[in-house]
Design a protein around this ligand. Sequence first.
Ligand code: ADE
Length: 351
Amino acid sequence: MILENDEGINIKTPPKSAMLEPKEVEYDRNFENCIRPKSFDTYIGQGALKETLKISIAAAQKRQMPLDHLLFYGPPGLGKTTLAGVIAEQMGVRIRITSAPALERPRDIIGILMSLEAGEILFIDEIHRLNKVAEEILYPAMEDFFLDMTTGKSQTVKTLRIELPKFTLIGATTKAGELSGPLRDRFGIVHRLEFYTEEELTQVIKRTAGILEIEVDSAGAAAIAGRSRGTPRIANRLVKRVSDYALVKADGKITKMVAEKSLNTLKIDTCGLDNTDRALLQLIIEKYNGGPVGIETIAAAIGEDPRTIEDVCEPYLLQAGLLQRTPRGRKVSPAAYKHLGLPHGQCGLFG
Ligand code: ADE
């Protein structure tokens, strides 16, 4: 079936721009894809979530129905996309991966929905960034598996109801609070991904090193894990950086000493903070007496984008108890003074 919209555009085939093709994404994504676990057995961490998902999957398979729509939320790098891939593998279905910013025009989302086959999974990353029109198209598609389309021009306009195959939508977001109520309510299963423990990250690092054929001992893996901010994506990136260092400055093997020297060179401290994190905390302490201070002010002062600060830096600083969010802005905690070696209530390194 070939369908055309008002602009005479074939909407059965999704526009290429809306799908994330592996060959079109950058090196980091390729690296991530090659080490991504494909099964629950190789996926480390998120124990409670994995158990509930296994039950939901087994129930869907017993009923011979697709899985309910799922929403994963939590800070970036914790494995939302990876988990969606594991679910697809376990269900034995194809997964189509896209991201809300790629679904700008109605035909982007319509094209993808119409190209799905029964039981398939549609994964939409950053789903909080979906525009209103795309959301309105998704509601009946999620709820009753149909699309309401209009064809023709003003006087001859006709409404066409198109049935869709029963599919599962998996949405992922770092900002569950920015999802509209009606969209959130249409997900049958909603789960938050948690930061990883150091033990879990040590296992992730050993697994990745094994795939990349990099030699690492337990103490070396633990040293990297301790500076990985509870985040496997960061742990995996650090494995590569440290392995470069080991190759050039040592005998290729990652030991505790090699890991520590390498991470010190990269200015990643014992808590996993980098220069930006430290500049942020230091600014609040030294220029704003520990806060509270608004995010826009912080961003302008340290030359960072406020969204990067909110999405990338803050989740871990909050989790680590170094930063607090208050209605009047951000405040550092006593632990931040201690971590930076600054005396409480006095000016520090900037004088
Ligand atoms: N790489 C990234 N996330 C992972 C996970 N949860 N388990 C194993 N390897 C990973």
